[in-house]
Design a binder for this molecule. Structure first.
Ligand SMILES: [Zn+2]
Ligand SMILES: [Zn+2]
Length: 442
């Protein structure tokens, strides 16, 4: 049977939007309770962990009281921000249906937008920027999947790797140009750790002259024997005019690989352990039995990133006989292809978004571009409204993990929305719900 496509559905809101309750207010209240409860739990954990880090710096009882008051205040404010979404979104849709005379496809976006503009004003100012960036990333992914579904664009195979390679090229170029990275310093430090300090621009900070290190007895013995190896001067890279690294180019590349590979594997082992720590503590052998080949993926990604970057840099230095920041563009770009071992569109998009943000702030600090007031709040509102719109009408365009998060926030009511009735919008709303059953109406 063919569907008659339309942009407005002439149904009651309890038939489509909140089939779990026939009245609008009780239906909204049933969303509000789990939303506030889950938000409170999430922020207790989040601020609890960051609070533990801050706790180390506290020395006096007065400071501790101030810290505790701030912590409680932050938890309550952020809970109010996230919880309010659950309180106002459904009444906004119900009111929209009454005003427009039906459940309107485009109208729902503007109803979501009114809610998100209001909720972001409740959140702490310091968190708005990070939230906006996170939601903008999600919204970009939603837009991309929507465009693919409508056949407006065809996805490039391994597009996330290409995206990562481009941002990696710019990151490494910037790292080779200057050591000052005020914005987004965390990601710059991570890329710096991957390629090694010797491959970046020297620090501008005036460092105190290092005190001569006293070699331990053991090291002195090892060093004595190392000197007997005929190749030792070659290994040490003492006579290379352009390569600044400590050891011979080949060893520099190999060490780069081994160090980062082991760090990557170590991180994945920790992540594997945290997936079910109590079970592994009770049965330690299970920890090894449940390991699979994927445990090396992050290690290979880190290892090859470092090795390819160093290989290209050393080759360019040896062939051209000079070192320039532009080398970072090619080396970073090619190193980015190591993402083939750890494909992640989320990571690729996050790296690119943070890069654009840091370039913008760099130019804004030099007064070359204006700082737009409320930009973060508006970006959050526009992006979150789009994500909500997709979550209700086109859930297949959502990142599955975020859909699960919304399901948790709404106490499971999110899957009860009558999506088969929304199929008339023509965007396959019920695609993920082939066996949808109406919940029993209260
Ligand atoms: Zn209603
Ligand atoms: Zn070299």
């Amino acid at each position: 049977m063919s569907l008659q496509l339309r942009s407005s559905l002439p149904y009651e809101c309890n038939q489509v939007l909140h089939p779990w309750h026939k009245n609008c207010i009780p239906a909204a209240w049933m969303l509000t309770k789990p939303c506030f409860r889950e938000s409170f739990k999430i922020y207790c954990v989040l601020y609890g962990v960051t609070g533990l880090i801050k706790l180390r710096k506290i020395r006096t009882l007065k400071d501790f009281r101030k810290f505790l008051f701030g912590l409680v205040n932050d938890i309550l404010q952020s809970t109010a921000f996230l919880g309010t979404h659950g309180l106002i979104v459904m009444p906004a849709y119900c009111a929209g249906r009454r005003i427009l005379g039906g459940i309107n496809y485009y109208g729902m976006y503007f109803q979501s937008l009114c809610c998100t503009l209001l909720t972001i004003s409740i959140e702490r100012k310091q968190r708005r920027g990070a939230l906006a960036l996170y939601m903008a990333n999600l919204a970009a992914e939603v837009l991309f999947k929507m465009a693919v579904q409508r056949r407006i664009i065809t996805p490039i195979p391994n597009g996330e790797i290409l995206l990562f390679s481009i941002s990696s090229a710019i990151y490494t170029y910037m790292l080779k140009t200057t050591s000052e990275h005020k914005h987004n310093s965390l990601l710059f430090s991570i890329v710096k750790l991957l390629i090694g300090n010797e491959e970046c621009a020297p620090s501008l900070k005036i460092e105190e002259p290092a005190k001569p290190k006293r070699k331990s007895v053991y090291f002195a013995v090892v060093y004595k024997y190392l000197k007997y190896i005929k190749q030792w001067p070659k290994i040490q890279n003492k006579n290379h005019p352009i390569c600044k690294h400590k050891y011979h180019c080949l060893i520099h590349i190999l060490l780069g690989f081994l160090k980062r590979f082991s760090v990557g594997v170590f991180i994945q082992l920790i992540l594997h352990f945290t997936s079910s720590p109590l079970r592994f503590l009770r049965h330690p052998t299970l920890f090894f039995y449940t390991l699979n080949r994927n445990v090396f993926n992050l290690g290979k990604f880190f290892g090859f990133y470092s090795a390819i970057y160093r290989l290209i840099s050393c080759l360019l230095r040896n062939i051209l006989k000079y070192d320039r920041p532009e080398h970072g563009l090619l080396a970073g770009y090619l190193a980015g292809f190591s993402m083939i071992f750890y494909k992640s569109s989320t990571l690729a998009m996050y790296m690119m978004a943070k890069l654009i943000e840091s370039i913008y702030f760099k130019y804004a600090a030099d007064k070359k571009v204006p700082i737009i007031p409320w930009f973060d709040s508006v970006l959050y509102a526009l992006s979150t409204a789009l994500v909500f719109h997709a979550a209700i009408i086109e859930p297949q365009a959502m990142r599955p993990a975020y859909y699960k998060f919304l399901e948790r926030l709404t106490g499971g009511h999110f899957s009860e929305v009558n999506r088969p009735m929304m199929d008339c919008f023509g965007v396959c709303s019920s695609k993920l719900f082939p066996n949808y059953k109406l919940p029993s109406l209260k």
